[in-house]
Design a protein around this ligand. Structure first.
Ligand SMILES: [Mn+2]
Length: 183
């Protein structure tokens, strides 16, 4: 099964529309910071939180949304999906999803073991890192990237046991293919 993973829309209707096109009916996991631009950020391209809500509400039944540090209580009122603190998918390994301001490389979820994967956003730049056999994968941001990174997202292919970070033009930024990992 394939999951599209993206984060930190921050109210960009342009990016919401694009990521929904990319997901194309497949499950979409959003790692938080959905509607609000956030006091530390500039306004993203196409800033229109109600339009983002409309687009996401229409992607019914295929959406998993994590709560970020910019997501407020009132955001739930315009959404027909639930903001979750975290989400976990377990196959032969555990894939843990959160925004990243609480669980990250420095403070990982205690239950994760060697070979498990911890996904997050929050930092607005993408990476794949490994600490003590646990993988930490950041999707970057699909509206306000920093550190010269492009707009980015991830495809998690659980059947192929492969995780790929792409930019919005479809170029591969980084990849973790467990079939080829010498772990
Ligand atoms: Mn953010």
């Amino acid at each position: 099964m394939k999951f599209i993973i993206a984060s930190d829309l921050h109210g960009s209707a342009t990016s919401a529309k694009r990521i929904i096109e990319i997901a194309n009916g497949q499950p979409l996991i959003l790692l938080g910071d959905i509607y609000n631009h956030g006091p530390r950020n500039p306004l993203p391209d196409g800033y229109a939180p109600m339009k983002v809500a409309e687009l996401l509400n229409a992607y019914k039944g295929k959406l998993i949304v994590i709560k970020g540090n910019c997501d407020s209580e009132v955001d739930q009122m315009i959404s027909n999906f639930t903001f979750q603190d975290y989400h976990e998918i377990v196959t032969n390994r555990s894939f843990f999803f959160s925004h990243g301001h609480k669980f990250n490389m420095d403070t990982p979820p205690a239950h994760l073991k060697k070979g498990d994967v911890c996904f997050y956003g929050h930092l607005h730049y993408p990476f794949i890192k490994e600490v003590n056999g646990v993988y930490f994968i950041n999707s970057g941001s699909c509206s306000l990237p920093v550190n010269d990174s492009p707009l980015s997202y991830i495809i998690l292919d659980t059947a192929a046991d492969c995780i790929t970070i792409y930019d919005f033009d479809g170029n591969v930024i980084d990849q973790l293919d467990f079939k080829n990992a010498d772990k």
